[in-house]
Design a protein around this ligand. Structure first.
Ligand SMILES: [Cu+2]
Length: 409
């Protein structure tokens, strides 16, 4: 009898737990999470997993800011066995490689330089995988750290991020005179991310791949240098992009190659994600060329090496958050992406493997990038990632805080 009672109790308890789980899963956007920014989430196998919660940078506590900077600086100093680069620099090398390598994919490559991570459909999937791996590297240093995101429509965010107590201020020491606009300052960043404090960039990786010219060893910012000086990004601009149903418009609109107005008229230009790269790094218009070209001055505006500015991770967490929001908002599943069948260059179709997680299927050939090939980290042959594999960010083990505090539209 006692035993029966005991099993009955256990049954009741498990029922209680199951019903709590059901509510929990149903309302997972509203669950409290502990101070370590993880909350329990029932995964597909019915087991609890911890989802890392990415917070708005303006909501970070001082302790969280300090932990984030400390973990980043640790990755900058730890050099894995057999590597010439620190873990942080390996991440930069991968980004640079993805922008400017020649890949020979068996059966479908013409041997030309390919962009694996930008300017096409894999922009969101590739960066989702890339920044998740970086977040996991940070968590190997300090398991409480998650990537904060930079909501570009948040006026406060700029001062919170570019502050001496976090990612450092604007650069200093260089004055640029812009006709009719005044004098603007930028240059090497002082503080925790200065070369004097150990933030020394590898000149072979901090490079303009178009010219092959190295951009030196210091983190450089020209914050809000005209013409890329408007901040914050208007909320309606983001909402208009989120309302686009077609991924082949949503992606270039958020990446920043087109803008789509209310009437659906498409204008080419540099907007949103691309614009923010310029807002931090600084770009100068060179009117002496036809067509007019833009010269990047700082680290963020030279996109191939831009992960050398630690704000890169916050910037891309936000791009990923907006993609996730678009997905949650009626665009779940794989129907929206280029299907298998090579309609796009290799790496951008739904079931293409994304270099460098392609099991060695591509044989990258360095172009003008010196010994980049010898610097790249090696990945296991079974470490394979396709756009299809990263469409559900929760399956990758993280979510965004936004949806817990704000009513969904
Ligand atoms: Cu990128």
């Amino acid at each position: 009898m006692k035993l029966l009672l005991k099993s009955f109790k256990i049954l009741i308890y498990s029922l209680l737990i199951v019903s709590t789980c059901a509510i929990t899963v149903f309302a997972h956007d509203r669950i409290d999470y502990g101070q370590d920014k993880h909350y329990r989430y029932e995964n597909l196998l019915g087991q609890y997993a911890q989802l890392a919660v990415r917070k708005n940078v303006t909501d970070l506590t001082q302790r969280e800011k300090t932990a984030f900077v400390k973990a980043i600086k640790t990755l900058k100093t730890v050099i894995p066995a057999g590597s010439k680069l620190s873990i942080y620099d390996q991440f930069v090398a991968i980004h640079l490689g993805a922008t400017r390598l020649i890949h020979n994919h068996k059966g479908h490559s013409d041997g030309s330089v390919q962009e694996l991570a930008h300017e096409n459909a894999a922009f969101f999937p590739w960066h989702r995988e890339y920044i998740r791996r970086f977040e996991q590297a940070l968590q190997a240093v300090d398991r409480t750290v998650t990537l904060p995101y930079w909501d570009w429509t948040d006026a406060k965010a700029l001062d919170v991020i570019f502050n001496d107590d976090f990612l450092g201020s604007n650069g200093q020491g260089v004055t640029i005179k812009i006709p009719n606009q005044g004098n603007f300052t930028g240059g090497p960043v002082p503080g925790a991310f200065s070369a004097a404090n150990g933030w020394v960039m590898n000149p072979a990786l901090n490079i303009d791949p178009d010219t092959g010219i190295s951009l030196g060893t210091s983190l450089v910012r020209f914050l809000r240098l005209p013409p890329a000086s408007n901040y914050p990004v208007p909320k309606k601009d983001i909402e208009r992009v989120l309302a686009l149903n077609d991924y082949s418009l949503f992606r270039p609109a958020l990446e920043g190659f087109i803008s789509v107005d209310e009437q659906g008229k498409v204008t080419p230009g540099g907007f949103i994600h691309n614009y923010i790269h310029g807002l931090v790094g600084g770009v100068q218009i060179d009117a002496s060329t036809t067509p007019i070209t833009f010269k990047s001055l700082g680290t963020m505006s030279n996109i191939p090496s831009s992960p050398y500015d630690p704000v890169f991770w916050l910037h891309h967490a936000n791009a990923d958050r907006l993609w996730a929001e678009w997905q949650d908002n009626g665009h779940k599943g794989s129907d929206f992406y280029p299907p298998d069948g090579h309609s796009q260059p290799y790496g951008h179709n739904l079931k293409d493997l994304m270099w460098p997680w392609d099991g060695g299927m591509s044989n990258p050939k360095a172009t003008a990038l010196g010994d980049l090939l010898s610097l790249l980290p090696k990945f296991n042959s079974d470490d394979l990632v396709r756009p299809l594999d990263v469409l559900n960010h929760r399956k990758l083990g993280y979510t965004y805080q936004t949806w817990e505090n704000q009513p969904r539209r």
